[in-house]
Design a binder for this molecule. Structure first.
Ligand code: NAP
Length: 259
């Protein structure tokens, strides 16, 4: 039987690394994409015990047309695509750095969408394929002080749910994983002024979050929210006025990362 191939973005650390580990343990060959070349090499070293092939691609996924470049370089049918790479940015929109924000939009929105578009036709013709898009609990309501992050994660959730519906019956599934706060490097890079979260009681472990998302992807579940408390939080915007949900998020963000 031919070995299946999984492509994981942002695989050098955090959830991407944990998802790559689960995939290789399950017998997949891996294509690992990240902009951090030394860390990618460390990951390959850590996966040495497995016989499967691990190909590394050092790419900045916020660059224009990068999805096409990767697809052309890979030249292999992709059985599992994990659109995981991402980062956050804290601050009022009027003051945040546009370069960082346009990079984020490119990475979260365009690259995720384009990679999905490129792998889908072959998956549909093989009648099998799994796509796992990493969204966030942030997707369920607007997020003052991290406005672009919340909006881009809403895009990923909405896009994933819509195409999951279109793909019913094709053998291809799309899953949006929506983690709450998770202990990875992500939390340290959101704000240059405050590397420590002040609210830490609901901080999940990346191993558990990745496993939850991985199992949901295998089952072909459309939306996966790890943790009972996070599931509850995701429903709040349905029961309170939208402007109140927005104010609650602002309060949390101010307490968590504000001065
Ligand atoms: N951690 C959380 O609390 C949390 C909660 C909800 C959702 N998420 C989502 O989970 C996903 C994974 O994040 P994580 O928590 O595992 O964070 P992480 O540990 O910082 O991992 C993200 C990885 O993506 C890479 N990356 C970032 N920008 C890239 C780019 N332009 N091109 C290529 N690679 C890039 C990073 O490389 P560098 O280290 O070189 O930047 C890093 O290796 C993200 O989409 C994030 O939004 C995280």
């Amino acid at each position: 039987m031919m070995t299946k191939t999984a492509l994981v973005t942002g695989a050098a650390s955090g959830l991407g690394y944990e998802l790559a580990f689960l995939l290789i343990k399950d017998g997949f060959d891996l294509i690992l994409v990240d902009k951090d070349a030394p860390k990618l090499k460390e990951v390959k070293q850590l996966f040495k015990e497995f016989k499967n092939e691990v190909k590394l691609l050092t790419k900045d996924l916020s660059k224009p047309n990068i999805a096409q470049e990767i697809y052309d370089e890979v030249k292999l049918p992709i059985d599992v695509l994990v659109n995981n790479a991402g980062f956050g940015l804290f601050g009022t929109f009027a003051n945040t750095d546009w370069k960082r924000e346009s990079d984020m939009l490119h990475l979260h929105v365009l690259t995720t969408t384009h990679l999905t578009k490129l792998v889908l036709p072959e998956m549909i013709s093989r009648k099998s394929g799994r796509i796992l898009n990493i969204s966030s609990l942030a997707a369920f309501q607007p997020g003052p002080l991290m406005s672009m992050y919340y909006a881009s994660k809403s895009y990923i959730l909405s896009f994933s749910e819509a195409i999951a519906n279109e793909l019913k019956g094709t053998g291809v599934t799309v899953t949006a994983l929506c983690p709450g706060p998770t202990k990875t490097l992500f939390q340290e890079t959101v704000s240059s002024d405050c590397s420590e979260n002040k609210i830490s009681f609901n901080m999940a472990c990346p191993v558990a979050v990745a496993l939850y998302g991985y199992n949901a992807m295998k089952k072909g579940k459309t939306v996966a929210i790890p943790g009972a408390f996070n599931k509850f939080l995701s429903t709040i915007p349905r029961f309170v006025p939208r402007n109140m949900a927005t104010r609650i998020v602002r309060n949390i963000q101010e307490k968590n990362r504000g001065e």
